[in-house]
Design a protein around this ligand. Structure first.
Ligand code: F0G
Length: 349
């Protein structure tokens, strides 16, 4: 049987994406990520749960779906430079795609609050990385102003091309399941991704590819839950640094997705997030980011009707933040290099 090669989300979903013909497609063959059945989680919540493994994207997060679009369009527009604010993943993805396209890339990150792996990615891909003494919301405000004043393209999800690319996650889920799930659980930070997924589900439904729409269940960290509280949070705090955001840019998109779908936006505590994070690694063998585990923490906490089909998006790879992973485990002390020393600490035989 011939192997059909995945060509990246723009080529795969060209009919649903506004890409100018004739301009080069900047892709790292993102998308086409696994939709993995989660038997133990399914048993625990009494539903049929699947995990959308977005850590399998080229830079290890869902951002690549949107970045292929944003950078392809930037090149088509003749741009020379792109800029973004980021809690880490957007900067990693922007740096990689900009390098591929030969564009300069500037990223603003909140000092001391991004995972080491993400910082390393932005640096090795050659972005100019500026650490800002402030949080993500402040960095994004600066970036938006620079975008208005200077000839650079902002590649945060305030750029509609990002949303277009990210909606392909919904297409892949419907393509894999044969229809939309009944519930879709997703972490929410700047709220671009929940907006994008809802757009994707609606478009597939309008095109007759699916017969139903999922309830959109969005989850914010309790210390950074502006959409749950109904007002911005000036000093957001959570262990899930990727979603440490107090004033989401796509506020309206998120609340519309929740209300139009009959879903909601809820808060989960850091303890619930970390417990889901450990559960996923130990029971489902999926090592995701803490922020990603918010979707599963949320599913465990709000629940769904018995036997429903549910998708939880695991937005980024756990290897991005090894410091957090190790902090969650008791690492044994080193021992002498001999057999007896090894056997003496093991409980076998
Ligand atoms: N999960 C991860 C791993 C993320 O990096 C982000 C956002 C989200 C969830 C939330 O998605 O913002 O579309 O609601 N990260 C952005 C960044 C803010 O800069 O990398 P959202």
């Amino acid at each position: 049987m011939a192997v059909v090669k995945w060509r990246g989300v723009i080529e795969e979903y060209a009919t649903f994406l506004p890409v100018p013909s004739g301009s080069p497609v900047i892709t790292l063959f993102e998308g086409g990520t696994p939709l993995l059945p989660a038997p133990r989680l399914s048993e625990r919540v009494g539903a049929r749960v699947f995990l959308k493994i977005e850590g399998a994207n080229p830079t290890g997060s869902f951002k690549d779906r949107g970045m292929t679009m944003a950078i392809t369009k930037a090149v088509a527009a003749g741009a020379k430079a792109v800029v973004c604010a980021s809690t880490g993943n957007t900067s990693a993805s922007a740096a990689a795609y900009a390098a591929r396209a030969g564009l300069a890339c500037v990223v603003l990150i909140p000092e001391g609050h991004i995972a080491l792996g993400k910082l390393a990615q932005a640096l090795v891909h050659g972005a100019k990385v500026l650490q800002v003494r402030g949080n993500f919301d402040e960095a994004l405000r600066i970036v938006r102003e620079i975008g208005e004043r200077e000839p650079v393209i902002v590649v945060n999800s305030v750029n509609p091309d990002r949303i277009e690319g990210q909606k392909t996650g919904a297409f892949e889920i419907v393509d894999a399941l044969g229809d939309a799930p009944e519930a879709h659980c997703i972490p929410v930070g700047n709220a671009g991704n929940i907006t994008a997924y809802w757009k994707g589900y609606c478009q597939y439904r309008e095109a007759g590819v699916s017969t139903r729409l999922p309830r959109m269940l969005g989850f914010q960290a309790a210390g950074a839950a502006p959409l749950v509280l109904g007002h911005p949070v000036p000093a957001p705090e959570t262990v899930a640094t990727a979603i440490r955001i107090g004033d989401p840019a796509s506020w309206y998109g998120a609340t519309a997705a929740a209300s139009e779908s009959g879903g909601g936006i809820f808060a989960v505590t850091d303890d619930e997030i970390l417990s889901a994070y450990r559960f996923l690694a130990a029971e489902e063998s999926v090592f995701c980011e803490a922020a990603s585990a918010a979707s599963v923490a949320g599913l465990m906490s709000v629940g769904v009707p018995e036997s429903s089909t549910v998708v939880c998006v695991l937005t980024g790879h756990g290897l991005k933040d090894p410091d957090l992973a190790i902090s969650q485990i008791d690492v044994p002390d080193p021992i002498d290099a001999d057999v007896d020393a090894v056997l003496s600490v093991l409980d076998i035989g």
